[in-house]
Design a protein around this ligand. Structure first.
Ligand SMILES: Cc1cc2nc3c(=O)[nH]c(=O)nc-3n(C[C@H](O)[C@H](O)[C@H](O)COP(=O)(O)O)c2cc1C
Length: 245
């Protein structure tokens, strides 16, 4: 059985360092048998901020404005993926606004459904990994890594640690032209790309361990594992929720 990892490049800059890192991670993940991947970039996408209307919760559906911008497509790709790898540049010691907009509306839409009781799962959905890079040494990579880890935890994902670094992310700190010229990170910072590859492979491996573990233990595990972890049915249910309203 094949599993899908979605790579999210959270920079608004097309072809940038984040894209290079996420692509490297996915390429390495694909070397694990049975893993397929897809990368999406937020560059050039329109994603409005959450306006806090709580209509998602009230109407028990995903963000009611999802068809007005990129979110409809994003929900589908996110929900149907088994694994998630998020990459982000550091922007003002944080993530870029467009990535925050995506995260707010993803999180609120799905948490809205949970709080409303429309779905009852408190189980992790997916296996995830995070990576980040920025211009400055101690430029905020730790904050971004931590934020993205927190986000994955809030989404009930199982976060996979990378190789041998003290924060759970790929930290490519640099002060040279690679930060300004899009996509130069590989040339200047091969170590960051190596770390990205390790991360990609680990996410793929842990994903397979979790899925096959659930398959082997399905007779003794609570059914939510089967709904949301083993099969895509639970995710499809969420995706379709509210479509006919
Ligand atoms: C608005 C803005 C804010 C930034 N803030 C930071 C920062 O706080 N710390 C840092 O190390 N780099 C910062 N940078 C540099 C980017 O993180 C760096 O250029 C990165 O390589 C961009 O990634 P990308 O090529 O994927 O777009 C900032 C860049 C921009 C455009």
């Amino acid at each position: 059985m094949g599993y899908k990892i979605l790579g999210i490049a959270g920079s608004p800059r097309r072809g940038g360092n984040t894209e290079v890192m996420v692509r490297a991670a996915l390429k390495s993940a694909e070397e694990v048998p049975g893993i397929e991947t897809e990368m999406i970039t937020l560059a050039g996408k329109k994603v409005m901020p959450c306006i806090g209307c709580f209509k998602c919760m009230e109407r028990q559906e995903l963000c009611i404005f999802k068809d007005k911008d990129y979110m409809a497509e994003f929900y589908e790709k996110w929900l149907m993926a088994d694994g998630i790898i998020i990459g982000s540049p550091v922007y003002h010691l944080a993530v870029p606004g467009i990535l925050k907009n995506v995260i707010d509306r993803l999180g609120e839409g799905i948490w809205g459904l949970k709080k409303s009781g429309a779905i009852d799962s408190n189980w992790f959905f997916k296996v995830g990994g995070v990576m980040t890079q920025g211009l400055a040494t101690f430029g905020g990579q730790e904050y971004v890594s931590q934020y993205l880890v927190n986000h994955l935890v809030l989404m009930n994902c199982l976060v996979v640690p990378p190789e041998n670094v003290t924060v759970p992310g790929v930290v490519g700190s640099f002060r040279d032209e690679s930060a300004f010229k899009p996509g130069m990170i590989e040339e200047y910072h091969p170590k960051a790309i190596e770390n990205a590859k390790i991360m990609g492979k680990r996410v793929a491996e842990v994903l397979k361990i979790v899925k096959s573990g659930v398959e082997n233990l399905k007779d003794e595990l609570p059914k939510e594992y089967l709904d949301y972890v083993l099969t895509k049915d639970g995710c499809e249910k969420i995706l379709n929720m509210g479509q006919n309203k």
